[in-house]
Structures are given as C-alpha cells and as structure tokens.
Design a protein around this ligand. Structure first.
Ligand SMILES: NC(=O)c1ccc[n+]([C@@H]2O[C@H](COP(=O)([O-])OP(=O)(O)OC[C@H]3O[C@@H](n4cnc5c(N)ncnc54)[C@H](OP(=O)(O)O)[C@@H]3O)[C@@H](O)[C@H]2O)c1
Length: 348
C-alpha cells in the first residue's frame, strides 16, 4: 500500500511540476466552498495568494479529528499529498480515510500510527518517513491535549509537555534533513506549530518543567503552548542563520469546538453555541502553511489570518535559550546526534 502510494505520488509530482510557485485563491476551483469562506470570513483575504500545492507533500499530526482533520481536508482539496500521524485505532483511521477520500476523491492521503506520548514511537514514525523517500514541504505540528488528568509518561515527561511540545520538537529535529532538502529559495518548506493564545497567560517553570512536584492542568497546557511559540522563534532564527530554505511559523487557530474540550464539563453545552467550527481552525492553519504573505520572513505568530505579536515572555532571549538547551538535553536519548543543533540560539 505504501509503495503503491509513493509511486502514484512521484508520477503525480512529475506531471504537475510548475515553474510558477503560487496561485491566487480566487482563481482556484477545487474547493470553492473553502475559498468563498476565506473571502467572507474577514475582509482583506480576497485575492489571497497561496503557494502552489500540486505535487507537494504535507505531514500533519492529529489529522484524523477536529482542526487537524479540516486542515488535511483543505490541503487535499488544494491538491497536496498528505500524510497524517495519528494514534487512532485502525478502524477509526480507515473511517477517516474513507471520509477524506469521499470529500476529495482524487486525494493522496495516508494515515500512519504515532503515539506522541512516547518518544520511541515518534522516532520510529520519523524513521519510517525518512525511509519512505517522500519529500516534506510542510510539517504541521497540530496534535494536542488540554487540561488532561496528571500523567507522567514512560519517558518521564508530563503528558501535555510530551504530546504538545517535546514530541513535536523531536519529530521536527528528526525530519529536518528532508524538510531542508524539500525547500528551495523560490519556495521554502514550512514548519507550522499549532499553539494557543493561552500562551499569553503563561511563564515557564524551569524548576519543574514536567510538573513532577505539583500539578495544575491549566498551567501545563499553557506552558506547553508557550514552549511551542518559543521553539518557533528559536528554530526559525537558527534555520535563518544557517541559510536553510525553511520557515517556521506558529498560530492560534481560534476558539473551536472540538474534542479538545472533553475535560471541561460545560463545553459540551456551550461549546456548540459559543465556539467556532473546526473548519475555521483548519483554514487559519492552512493560511499559516501556504500564504504567500508569509513566505519571506519566518518566526511569525498568526491569529485569524494575520500576524500578531506573541507574548513578551516568549520573546525573551534568555528564556528561549534556556528552554532550547533544556529541550535538547531531555531529548538527547532519542537523537543520534545533536551536533546540528546549536547550544545557544539567542544570538544567532
Ligand atoms: N480547539 C480550540 O479551541 C483550540 C484553541 C487553541 C489551540 N488549539 C490547538 O489546536 C490543536 C488541535 O486541537 P483540536 O481542537 O483539533 O483538538 P482535537 O479534536 O482533540 O484534536 C487533537 C488531535 O490530537 C491527537 N492526539 C492527542 N493525543 C495524541 C497522541 N498521544 N498521539 C497522537 N495524536 C494525539 C488526537 O487524536 P486522538 O483523539 O485519537 O488521541 C486528535 O487527532 C491542538 O494542538 C490544540 O491545542 C485548539
């Protein structure tokens, strides 16, 4: 199945290779509904220019549900090849594949198993990707959990930090060679981190990063999302200084009614009325992943369809540097070498 998929993708890439690297959203016909929504959701998007998608490959974590599912659906409707990293059961994955293929009939999509609570699972998943020979133009670190009960994973990480932050750092680091290779100066690869506006309320507790001494689910969630913003800024600075054709952005997808709220008792009553639909979150994520507006400079934090300044704390270079060093120290057991990761990114 995988081999067959790869062959189909390669043929497709060759057939659709194009020298023009972008397209105007208004002229795109495959997903009129999404485009019309992009037009009307907020003014200023009319005629939005996106990078060309045909033959390009995206990888998204947590793409079988919620915002991730909608992101995958829009990317597929734009003609991208999509790999979804998911811990869903095979029955759930099969159901999701059938749905995506019925919504986007010619889509090239696969779901591969990964449990982001386990760094060994992340490593095995990344190795499978590297061995597949597929290019990787867009990596979307989307999967997440919120306000979950206290759990320390087999690797010694608090579960929000494991799923939302550490797993995505490790995945990004292990896939960096293929991400770099897939980008060009004309059309850079992108790493997109789905974070949250709740990062504004957080600071990092470096004395107890993994909540081993005390636990507050709200603190852990917000801290994991703040870490993702800081990782975005540090990684983008590092890639820029090494002249890599890769940009890193992060985003808040909106307040969207999804399974993420399963630990908040009132959300099932008020969420459907007060919150937005997953489609909106998918569109904001696709905007960060493909908008030509975001092609020149990386390290942006996106809310709705525009750039917003992230929290002052997230921009603090000393804290960024401390988090960066701590992160790679803790992830060292799953990295064969970390020579390509500089120890100090604050001054890059
Ligand atoms: N919804 C919002 O209002 C909102 C606001 C700000 C930020 N966000 C962020 O948006 C992202 C997507 O959230 P969502 O609202 O779409 O929530 P969701 O519907 O619950 O989707 C989360 C996805 O992550 C996956 N996931 C969770 N634990 C995993 C694990 N251990 N291994 C692999 N995959 C795992 C889930 O798969 P399973 O269910 O199969 O475990 C699911 O596919 C999250 O990062 C979230 O923090 C959402």
């Amino acid at each position: 199945m995988e081999n067959c998929f790869k062959e189909r993708m390669v043929t497709w890439c060759e057939e659709t290779r194009c020298s023009d690297e972008s397209f105007v959203a208004g002229a795109f016909e495959k997903d009129q509904r999404a485009i019309v929504r992009l037009f009307f959701l907020k003014s200023g998007l009319s005629g939005q220019v996106f990078l060309r998608c045909e033959g390009r490959t995206a990888l998204i974590t947590g793409g079988t549900k919620g915002i991730g599912f909608e992101t995958a659906r829009i990317l597929l409707s734009f003609g991208m090849n999509v790999i979804i990293g998911s811990n869903s059961s095979s029955a759930e994955s099969e159901k999701c594949l059938l749905k995506l293929r019925s919504l986007c009939p010619k889509s090239k999509v696969e779901i591969w198993y990964v449990d982001l609570k386990s760094m060994s699972s992340v490593k095995a998943f990344a190795e499978k990707y590297l061995h597949s020979g597929l290019p990787l133009h867009i990596l979307i670190n989307n999967a997440g959990i919120m306000f979950a009960p206290h759990e320390i994973t087999e690797d010694g990480f608090e579960s929000h930090m494991a799923v939302n932050y550490f797993s995505h750092c490790l995945l990004t680091k292990l896939l960096l060679p293929v991400i770099k290779q897939s980008g060009s100066s004309k059309c850079k690869s992108r790493i997109i981190n789905v974070t949250s506006c709740l990062h504004f309320l957080s600071q990092i507790d470096f004395t107890d990063l993994n909540s081993l001494n005390s636990y507050c689910p709200h603190h852990s969630y917000m801290q994991s999302k703040l870490c993702l913003v800081m990782f975005t800024l540090s990684l983008n600075r590092f890639l820029k200084s090494s002249n890599c054709p890769v940009l890193v952005h992060c985003l808040h997808p909106g307040v969207i009614y999804t399974n993420l709220y399963k630990h908040i008792w009132w959300a099932k009553y008020l969420g459907p009325i007060l919150f937005q639909k997953p489609e909106i979150g998918g569109e904001v994520t696709v905007y960060a992943a493909l908008s030509a507006n975001l092609e020149t400079v990386g390290g942006k934090y996106i809310e709705e369809y525009g750039e917003v300044k992230p929290s002052n704390y997230s921009k603090d270079s000393e804290s960024q540097s401390r988090l960066w060093n701590e992160t790679w120290k803790l992830l060292q057991p799953w990295c064969d070498e970390i020579d390509d990761i500089p120890s100090d990114v604050s001054s890059e």
